[in-house]
Write a protein that binds this ligand. Structure first.
Ligand SMILES: Nc1ncnc2c1ncn2[C@@H]1O[C@H](COP(=O)(O)OP(=O)(O)OP(=O)(O)O)[C@@H](O)[C@H]1O
Ligand SMILES: [Mg+2]
Length: 112
């Protein structure tokens, strides 16, 4: 299993959700977060030092899928989230050791 953590533009969230549902993704976790990337949000000089003054609102999407499904999920997130402008976001991929559905005690892919 893989955990795919995507930081995306808030206005892209709905399209991504629809695309992942169409791929048969059964669950996801969505959080409102703020952050900065290479452009450091918005910066200003304070006492000779450049400081970050603004964290931009982003959505963090976390989805755990079977290893076989991971690549198509990543591609779908990229396709639906990309504008080509700075700040389109980033995807981090993690190996997941196990998952458990609490109600039934199922483990692994069966728990997804
Ligand atoms: N290395 C990182 N670690 C954790 N979060 C990150 C990292 N880089 C980016 N992010 C998160 O992703 C959001 C969007 O990043 P962004 O797309 O601006 O990345 P970038 O590297 O600056 O690429 P681009 O040049 O296309 O803007 C940031 O606001 C931050 O929340
Ligand atoms: Mg950036």
């Amino acid at each position: 299993m893989k955990k795919i953590e995507a930081i995306i533009r808030p206005e892209k969230m709905n399209d991504v959700k629809v695309a992942l549902s169409n791929l048969g993704v059964n669950g996801m976790t969505v959080s409102n977060v703020s952050g900065f990337g290479n452009q450091k949000g918005y910066t200003q000089i304070y006492r000779g030092q450049e400081i970050v003054t603004k964290l931009l609102p982003k959505i963090k999407l976390e989805v755990v899928v079977s290893t076989e499904k991971a690549e198509e999920v990543i591609k779908a997130i990229v396709t639906t989230s990309k504008t080509g402008e700075f700040g389109d976001g980033k995807i981090f991929v993690f190996d997941v050791i196990d998952a458990v559905r609490i109600r039934t005690g199922e483990h692994g892919d069966a728990a997804l």
